[in-house]
Design a protein around this ligand. Structure first.
Ligand code: SF4
Length: 257
């Protein structure tokens, strides 16, 4: 399928996604404040339960992850933060990475794929082979995301994600705490019961830096070639691997054994 058109370049939506600017009503603010207190308490308890250097947070720079980054850094929680640079991220994500370092006066802890594995994959299959077959998509995700994640989680007892139950059909029963069989450690999803509106209310209330692609109807952002904008009312994760079955598309970071 050498002439596959990703569709990414065809969509140039205006930067006016209303979902990123919810009306900050008293009810919404109260709800966000209550859930923020809950998330903060959960993160604090987690760091106490597992001890220093044992809990790590995977920041992929989505809106939810920026909320958790803000909570962890501002409350000086004993939780490490790391990120994965797949080498195929959109420029807006790199802009946000740089902005995050400046905003929080911190240095990012970034894990990269192994160059020899990428080199072999590209030479064997082609630079954009992930469009051609699901096994090639999954092996690209494995090299660029899963293996670096495994390195980042090595020696940890628990990890934190910014996943929400309402994000996808694959996440509808997402618990706040679960055992991650694949990586053999505890996994916490403190924003599991947050709505998209609450996430954006937090970002606006606390002036948290965020990825400008969200304003252009990209509710979920991954690698540039595998992410597109969504139409109003479309599923939040419809823009990720849009050519695949929506009931079965995760990158391998959050699969259950
Ligand atoms: S999201 Fe796409 S480019 Fe990124 S690792 Fe997966 S298949 Fe490769």
């Amino acid at each position: 399928m050498a002439d596959f058109d990703s569709g990414v370049t065809m969509l140039k939506p205006a930067a006016n996604n209303p979902a990123t600017r919810p009306s900050l009503t008293e009810t919404l603010i109260a709800s966000v404040n209550a859930k923020t207190a809950e998330a903060n308490a959960l993160l604090k308890d987690t760091s106490l339960e597992f001890g220093n250097n044992a809990v790590t947070f995977a920041n992929s720079f989505g809106a939810e992850d920026m909320v958790l980054t803000d909570i962890i850094i501002k409350n000086k929680l004993a939780i490490e933060i790391f990120s994965l640079d797949t080498g195929r991220l959109p420029p807006e994500t790199y802009d946000l990475m740089s902005k995050t370092e400046k905003h929080y006066n911190t240095k990012l802890n970034v894990y990269f794929p192994q160059a020899d594995k990428i080199g072999f994959y590209v030479k064997t299959n082609g630079i954009n082979a992930f469009y051609e077959r699901i096994d090639l998509r999954k092996s690209c995700c494995h090299i660029r995301k899963v293996e670096p994640l495994q390195r980042a989680l090595k020696g940890k007892k628990a990890w934190i994600t910014g996943m929400r139950a309402a994000q996808a059909t694959t996440r509808t029963s997402l618990p706040v705490r679960e055992f991650d069989e694949s990586n053999q450690l505890e996994k916490f999803n403190p924003l599991s019961n947050w709505s998209e509106q609450e996430v954006w209310a937090y970002i606006r209330l606390h002036e948290v830096p965020y990825n400008k692609l969200h304003d252009q109807f990209y509710p979920s952002i991954g690698c540039a070639p595998c992410t597109r904008a969504v139409a109003m009312g479309e599923d939040i994760r419809a823009g990720r691997w849009w050519w695949e079955d929506p009931n079965n598309k995760e990158c391998g970071l959050h699969v259950k054994k």
